[in-house]
Design a protein around this ligand. Sequence first.
Ligand code: UT7
Length: 333
Amino acid sequence: MINGKDSSIVIGGIGSYAPQKILSNQELAKIVDTSDEWIRSRTGIRERRIAQNGETCSDIGTRAAQAAMEHAGMKPEDIDLLIVATMTPDMPFPSTACIIQTKLGLRNIPCFDVGAACSGFLYTLEIGCQMLKSGDYRNVLIVGAEKLSSIMDWRDRTTCVLFGDGAGAVVLTAVDRPGVGILGTSLAANGAEGKILNMPGGGSNEPATTESVLERRHYLKMMGKEVFKIAVRVMEQSALDLLVRHNITPEDVDCVIPHQANMRILELMSTRMGLPLEKFPINLDRYGNTSAASIPLALNEAHQDGKIKSGDYVLLIAFGAGLTWASSLIKWH
Ligand code: UT7
């Protein structure tokens, strides 16, 4: 039997998708009081993708999922479980996973969303791995998809310049090859700090009212400086602890894919972890922060660019609202 707690879980297929429309820093500077120079020097972002009118989070996620299934050589009937990480679902319910299930033509398999914001992809990765190890599933499709443009306050220059739309997906499969695939994942959260990055309106605590809309409560709010400091510290700690647990030194790591939020965060992590920046494939200059889509988008591009080879140790590190954070160590098969 392949499935079971002793099997290895590998990424059997990977894909990503980003909407065609590009919004450059120069164009943003016509909307809010900002400049290309400020955005580039403070974040490293040059442009981001924005969904077209009518293009939903599930549409974007479906495109990435189709690419991952094609790469894995799988048909809809091969998928046994679908998990979607998103903080911009098409609607509160049904889940975006159920909507993507229909668009992909999957069987009546279990489908659900995970709400762990920018750490969502690694949370789904861990859930997918553990469910595969139960032996009850063969192939698990996980998707990180976001339409963050829908929750941006286009009058708030401190947030709207940072985020973009996109999606990435992988097919996880159990194989009988010890020592390869996802070696381990570490997940953590600290809800006590949740207020520094949230969207206060629209949930059951603050249902939409005329006042809530006028007070712009249905947009992402972030205390950037506080988030920055915590992000650097916990991402570094999470990743280093995971490496120690697996007897791997930072020098052994061939490729690091952290959540793509800010170039200065990546530079600090590179210095503090003793890992050269050349080992960090970076695409935030072209996409901005795409939350749950950020890691699979960057992972797919790094894989396509030949930056990840068989036998490489790949380290994924995430941080996001919750606060949540996570890291995952993969030995590429
Ligand atoms: O995905 C979840 C994780 N999120 C993150 O990791 C984000 C973490 N935070 C950050 O990346 C950074 O804190 C930001 C990019 C959000 C902000 O950079 P900062 O260096 O911390 O800038 P700041 O907030 O301290 O603002 C510096 C100045 C302020 O002006 P004063 O008070 O010094 O006069 C801001 O008003 O820059 C101003 N400012 C801007 N100016 C031009 C803020 N946003 C802009 C803007 N354009 N877009």
